[in-house]
Design a protein around this ligand. Structure first.
Ligand code: SF4
Length: 77
């Protein structure tokens, strides 16, 4: 059975092998709006990787500026 962690690991593995930021954005599925999930709204502002002081994604494989209202498939609480 494939878990959410398996999917996230597969996405991260794909992001790791490219240096192209645009390609990383596409693979991560970054969107410029919050994502409405059955459990509530998700956005960078509520993700464990978000650094609010610098509005930056701290996930090492992404490591770029993001807006608090954006979202990607690697969002985690
Ligand atoms: S992992 Fe995704 S949702 Fe989380 S801060 Fe980075 S870009 Fe935003």
């Amino acid at each position: 059975m494939t878990t959410e962690t398996d999917v996230a690991d597969a996405i991260i593995d794909r992001i790791r092998i490219t240096a192209d930021v645009k390609e990383k954005v596409v693979i991560a599925g970054l969107i410029r709006t919050p994502f409405k999930s059955p459990g509530g709204e998700q956005s960078c502002s509520t993700c464990i990787y978000f650094h609010p002081r610098h509005e930056h994604c701290g996930l090492p494989e992404l490591d770029f500026p993001v807006d608090p209202d954006w979202w990607c498939r690697l969002w985690r609480l």
